[in-house]
Structure formats: structure tokens, C-alpha cells
Ligand binder design. Structure first.
Ligand code: F6P
Length: 346
């Protein structure tokens, strides 16, 4: 008897990140060419599975999108079926629609929030494979997520470029980067861009220590570049009163009060919207191919990952609800300190 063709769903959840389209392309192309699968693209993350928004995806639909940021499927960070606004838990609706679509498996691309939802649905019986995405690089169980390299490139380039105007005017330039919980972007972009101060959520800092560092530096230098992760909370600033996009300005204001002329650049969503770097396109393609292998092997309730350069996978239950923070004693923190970078803590 001839076997029915695999019918697979794919969705992108949470904030977008460069490389989502590259993953979609890899999953759909490999699924079709090696397994004869048929694909349905769920639109706007899990919301599409709640609100009945989806469309068939063909091989041609995913051609020519490797290098394009964003996601052809749309996404949202407001589509949690277990806490769907006033309607509350609508996970049964999702189950009904998964059945209606005849999905043999669902491939979910997203960060920690998406993986938590994926694990919840997997517990209810949906056959799910996760693929870790976030510019923040804070998903546990994988050394790196796709999107991170691109965000770091945008931020590092900005930090580097701002040296010229900082030097010209003898100013402090504060550059706010994303990372509301984890400081990976700030740490990498600060090192790669040659920042003098890096403020990240994981390392307690104070404006007084930052000002002291600037004072010492300006005895021999004309300028200082300060990278601030949006989730940083230096002592002397009431974090609770701030929105993202304000912390950089606030840090710059405090540095001015300490006597150093300062300007601020908030990079914001530029970090999410740049075309994926070659490294992110490669990682996205590897992750997409690996996800199809998991589906074909019947290994569900797992997330693909990369560890020590090798593609592997781990149970979603080990990822759900956890965040990978920068350890205070991380080797990169030590390396940055070794080249004279301050974390505002001494
Ligand atoms: O998690 C990725 C991220 O870009 C964070 O770094 C940032 O705090 C957040 O998303 C911004 O989300 P939104 O686009 O919903 O404002």
C-alpha cells in the first residue's frame, strides 16, 4: 500500500530575527525534495493556529528568500495559546486545527517563549520540533542561535563607526543595543567594536564607576564609547521607570551630570532587520536540514541545537522556561577586561 505523503506545518513565533526565511527555505526544500512532504505555513506564529490563518507552501514559495530578513510567515509575540488575552487557555482550539490540517508534525522557529509554548503543545500530543531563533542568543541548550551574528554585526559596526565623531568632539558616545534579559549582544558587539565600557544586565554596575573609568581614560584619550544593553540596570538609575530605548539616554544623561559631554544612539530594531550574515545563513540552513531529519526519524518534542560546532538536539522540556545568561566570570568578560574594557563595576 502506498504511504500517505507527510503533511508538515511550519511557523515562526516571537520577535523576528535575521535568518528565519533561510530556515523556512531549508525545511521546506529538504522536506519536499527528500521526503515528498507537503507543507502548510502557519501565519503569525501560534496565533495562526488559533485564528485559522495558514496557507500551503510550495518549493517555489521559498525560493529567493535566503538573504531576506523578517519572515514570509509573519510572527507575533502575543500568540500564546495557553494565555491568549481575555480568552485565556485556547490550546484545545490549536489541537482542533492541527487535526483539521492533518499535520504529521509542526516545526516551530522561535526563542525561549516559543519553545515553552511548543513544549506545552507537545505535552498535549502535538508532534513538534523546535528550532532556536533569537538575536539575543539566550536560548539554553545551544551554543548559538541564528540571528545573533547579524545583530552583533550591526551593533559592532555602529560602535566602530561612532569612534570617529566621538574623537572629533571629545565626547562620550553611548550606544544602546538590544538584550532585555541577557547581555550577549552587548558583550560581543562591545568587544568587536572596541567599546571602552560595556553595561549588561548580568554584571551589577554603577554610574559612579563608569564616570571614574571615563575620568581615568580621558587623561590620555579624547573620547569614550559606552555600550549599554537595554536590560542593563546600573546603580543610580531607577530601572522600573524606564522603557527599552530610554536606558541609553538615561545613562548618557547621568554621564553628562558627571561632567562629560555625551550623545546617545539607540540601535533598536535595526539589529533585527538587517539581511542575515553568511554565518547566520549557514547556521539557519543547517538547523532547517536537521529539523527535517528529526521529523523523518520520528524524534519529536526536541529542539535542534549546535554544540561544540556539531548539530545535535535536546528535549524541549530542558529548554522551556529557561534563559541563558552571561556568566559573570565568562571567558569573554575576562578577555574584554584584559584589553581595558570596563563593565562599570570597579
Ligand atoms: O528577544 C528579542 C528582542 O529583540 C529583544 O532583544 C528586545 O528586547 C525585544 O525583542 C523587543 O521586542 P519588540 O519588538 O516586541 O519590541
Amino acid at each position: 500500500m502506498k504511504r500517505r505523503k507527510l503533511r508538515l506545518g511550519i511557523l515562526t513565533g516571537g520577535g523576528d530575527g535575521p535568518g528565519l526565511n533561510a530556515v523556512i527555505r531549508a525545511v521546506v526544500k529538504k522536506g519536499i525534495s527528500e521526503h515528498g512532504a507537503r507543507f502548510v505555513g502557519i501565519l503569525d506564529g501560534f496565533q495562526g493556529l488559533i485564528e485559522r490563518r495558514w496557507k500551503d507552501l510550495t518549493y517555489d514559495d521559498v525560493s529567493g528568500i535566503l538573504h531576506i530578513a523578517g519572515t514570509i510567515l509573519g510572527t507575533t509575540n502575543k500568540g500564546d495559546p495557553f494565555a491568549y488575552g481575555p480568552r485565556g487557555d485556547v490550546s484545545r482550539t490549536v489541537l482542533k486545527h492541527v487535526k483539521e490540517l492533518g499535520l504529521d508534525a509542526l516545526v516551530c522557529l522561535g526563542g525561549d517563549g516559543t519553545m515553552k509554548i511548543a513544549e506545552g503543545l507537545a505535552r498535549l500530543g502535538v508532534r513538534i520540533v523546535g528550532i532556536p531563533k533569537t538575536i539575543d542568543n539566550d536560548v539554553v541548550g545551544t551554543d548559538v542561535t541564528f540571528g545573533f551574528d547579524t545583530a552583533v554585526k550591526v551593533a559592532a559596526d555602529a560602535v566602530q563607526v561612532l569612534h570617529a565623531t566621538a574623537d572629533a568632539h571629545r565626547r562620550v558616545m553611548v550606544v544602546e543595543v538590544m538584550g532585555r534579559t541577557a547581555g550577549w549582544i552587548g558583550l560581543h558587539a562591545g568587544i568587536a567594536g572596541g567599546a571602552d565600557v560595556i553595561l549588561i544586565p548580568e554584571i551589577p554596575a554603577s554610574i559612579a564607576a563608569v564616570a571614574a573609568h571615563i575620568g581615568r581614560r580621558h587623561r590620555t584619550r579624547r573620547f569614550t564609547i559606552v555600550v549599554v544593553a537595554e536590560g542593563a540596570a546600573p546603580e543610580g538609575i531607577d530601572r522600573a521607570a524606564l522603557h527599552p530605548g530610554i536606558i541609553g539616554t538615561t545613562v548618557a544623561d547621568r554621564i553628562e551630570e558627571a561632567g562629560y559631554e555625551s550623545r546617545v544612539t539607540v540601535l533598536g530594531h535595526l539589529q533585527r532587520s538587517a539581511p542575515p550574515t553568511p554565518a547566520d545563513r549557514v547556521l539557519a540552513t543547517r538547523f532547517g536540514a536537521a529539523a527535517v531529519d528529526l521529523v523523518a526519524a520520528g524524534k519529536f518534542r526536541r529542539m535542534v541545537a549546535v554544540r561544540g560546532g556539531r548539530i545535535t538536539s535536546i528535549p524541549l522540556s530542558k529548554v522551556a522556561g529557561r534563559v541563558k545568561l552571561v556568566p559573570r566570570g565568562h571567558e569573554l568578560v575576562a578577555a574584554a577586561r584584559a584589553v581595558g574594557t570596563s563593565f562599570g563595576d570597579a
